[in-house]
Design a protein around this ligand. Structure first.
Ligand SMILES: NC(=O)c1ccc[n+]([C@@H]2O[C@H](COP(=O)([O-])OP(=O)(O)OC[C@H]3O[C@@H](n4cnc5c(N)ncnc54)[C@H](O)[C@@H]3O)[C@@H](O)[C@H]2O)c1
Ligand SMILES: N[C@@H](CCC=O)C(=O)O
Length: 543
């Protein structure tokens, strides 16, 4: 029963801790890293509020220290996916009926727990499981996830407030119902925040969810789930399962109550999912919502007026933070001939100072790539570049997987702007550079626009306002997140709603109102206070 309209005001972004030497947060984080490393985690699935252990386990190991075992998780099969759907559907009616402010309180409580009691659990789990340094973990598993939860509560509160006008004698209202059925959230390895946001944004809207994270993100996903449970998330609202992707897809996409997919991951997997959903379309009770944020081939184009240090720094950070494993990572750069040599010299010098190793050593800027499959794929691109006449490695190029999956930050200079590493997503610490004739800026913008199938992020670096304006116009469809005089990474919830178009996804902008609309199905209600009692309109009367 509602006796008031409850509105949640816009929050501020969660402050980013610095982890400088001697700071209390640095000590607390180091203690949590040591604590996780001294234990052996036994991670269950969570179905209908119960912990499910199958005995069929997979090991969890830090990508930068593969000889160390962090523990294991219990793997499920089609039975567990079916159980998760059944548990979700059983929880649906009570959850959908729960007053909005009660649902919101659970997610705000989870955000508060993440910001305080469990901040270092979230960060240490992300650092060890996904090989992120302290700062990269802090902006992801603490700040971004906390922001997703708090901002989405605010945005949903704004949506519920949007009501139609009513003319005299009637009252019109819009009711924002959750979808009929269950939502499937399939999440990537690279951001604990994204993995937490995809199931919670849909659940916040009153939906029930089956959540499958990437195997390589399970260590931190488990901490997220435990916090949601401690915050009071009722049994069955979010069901966390670990299963083979195609097995999960077969069960979920052929279920009549499949109501939507909230996906982030690679373009190929999303396209496969879309095709399966299309093939099953006649089976569903309602048209499913298909939301997917996928790959990128993100660019930096510098104009001849650009400041050399600004360009080199945008490339060093944009391409190599988190080993280039951000969908937003700068992976192709277009440098004008007048400053190209100076930019390359500074970038190569910067890379020589970039330390690589474990996450416990806080002086390391880069760590390991996520797994062996990824390592092998990246190494192949590097080897091909080494033997190509169109490419030359000007920094890095080394790799080694004896202790962890280490790939050196690598810069490839190409003479062919359509060379494979200028067009395909590599998802690792590899930046390709093409030097263009500084007087051919506009032609190069056309090249940027046409070189890849993706349109996720991109930057223009220039001190010339006309050049910025031209790039903004010519690259209007080349990126969903466009940056001026900055790197193309590091979108902040509430400030730069994130997502791309073309092969980069449905551009439903995670962490914004646009995304939440996808998990709602509005019902319009019209009430007439004094209804008509005669079918004849006045114009029918004789004069
Ligand atoms: N656009 C964005 O906002 C964004 C953000 C993060 C990552 N990404 C993209 O994600 C990719 C990297 O993440 P990843 O390696 O985890 O991606 P991935 O596509 O390999 O896996 C994503 C998820 O899909 C699951 N999966 C894989 N095959 C499946 C199948 N056949 N059916 C059902 N599920 C399946 C995986 O287990 C995982 O949970 C990159 O392409 C990156 O650009 C995009
Ligand atoms: N939102 C992140 C990217 C997420 C994809 O991996 C950024 O803007 O860098």
């Amino acid at each position: 029963m509602h006796n008031a309209y409850f509105h949640f005001a816009a929050p501020a972004n969660e402050p980013v801790y610095s982890y400088t030497p001697g700071s209390p947060e640095r000590d607390a984080l180091k203690k949590q890293l040591a604590a996780f490393k001294s234990q052996q985690a036994d991670i269950p699935m969570y179905i209908g509020g119960k912990e499910v252990r199958t005995g069929k386990t997979k090991d969890l190991r830090p990508p930068h220290e593969i000889k160390h075992k962090l523990g294991h998780f219990h793997y499920g099969d089609a039975t567990h996916v079916n159980d998760a759907i059944a548990a979700a559907l059983a929880a649906r009616s009570q959850w959908a009926d729960t007053p909005w402010e009660q649902r919101a309180a659970i997610f705000l409580r989870a955000a508060e727990l993440m910001a305080t009691k469990y901040r270092y659990h979230m960060n240490a789990a992300t650092m060890l499981g996904q090989s992120k340094n302290a700062y990269q973990a802090e902006i992801d598993s603490a700040c971004e996830l906390i922001d997703f939860l708090r901002f989405n509560v605010h945005y949903l509160s704004e949506i519920y407030n949007q009501q139609p006008v009513s003319s005299a004698g009637i009252h019109n209202r819009l009711e924002y119902r959750p979808l009929e059925g269950f939502v499937l959230a399939v999440t990537p390895f690279n951001f604990t925040a994204i993995a937490g946001n995809l199931p919670t944004s849909a659940a916040m809207c009153g939906n029930v969810v089956v959540w499958k994270p990437a195997d390589t993100q399970v260590f931190a996903a488990n901490v997220t789930m435990q916090i949601l449970i401690e915050a009071g998330l009722p049994a069955g609202v979010i069901n966390l399962v670990y299963a083979d992707g195609p097995v999960l897809g077969d069960v979920c996409f052929s279920h009549p109550e499949f109501a939507g997919i909230h996906f982030t991951g690679s373009t190929a997997v999303f396209q496969h999912m879309w095709a399966s959903i299309g093939n099953n379309i006649s089976k569903y009770k309602a048209y499913p919502r298909i939301v997917g944020e996928t790959g990128g081939k993100d660019f930096v184009i510098a104009h001849k007026s650009a400041d050399v240090d600004v360009v080199a720094t945008a490339l060093a950070r944009g391409a190599f933070e988190y080993q280039g494993q951000k969908c937003s990572a700068a992976s192709r750069a277009y440098l004008p001939s007048n400053i190209a040599e100076a930019v390359k010299t500074k970038l190569v010098a910067d890379l020589k100072t970039m330390k690589q190793g474990t996450v416990e050593d806080f002086s390391n800027f880069v760590n390991a790539v996520i797994d062996e499959r990824s390592f092998d794929k990246i190494a192949k691109y590097i080897d091909n570049a080494k033997s190509s006449s169109s490419a030359k490695i000007i920094a890095g190029g080394g790799y080694n997987k004896s202790e962890g999956y280490f790939v050196e930050p690598t810069v490839i200079e190409v003479t062919d702007p359509k060379y494979v590493t200028m067009c395909e997503e590599i998802f690792g610490p590899v930046l390709s550079i093409y030097v263009y004739d500084a007087e051919k800026f506009e032609e190069t913008l056309a090249l940027v626009d046409s070189s890849s199938m993706y349109a996720l992020t991109g930057s223009i670096i220039s001190q010339d306002r006309y050049a910025i304006d031209l790039a903004t116009k010519k690259l209007v469809n080349s990126a969903g997140n466009f940056y001026i005089n900055d790197k193309p990474t590091g979108a902040v919830v509430g400030q730069q709603p994130f997502g791309g178009a073309r092969a980069s996804g449905t551009n439903d902008k995670a962490g914004s109102m646009l995304n939440l609309y996808r998990w709602l199905s509005a019902r319009t209600i019209k009430e007439t206070f004094v209804p008509a009692v005669d079918y004849r309109y006045p114009f029918l009367k004789e004069a």
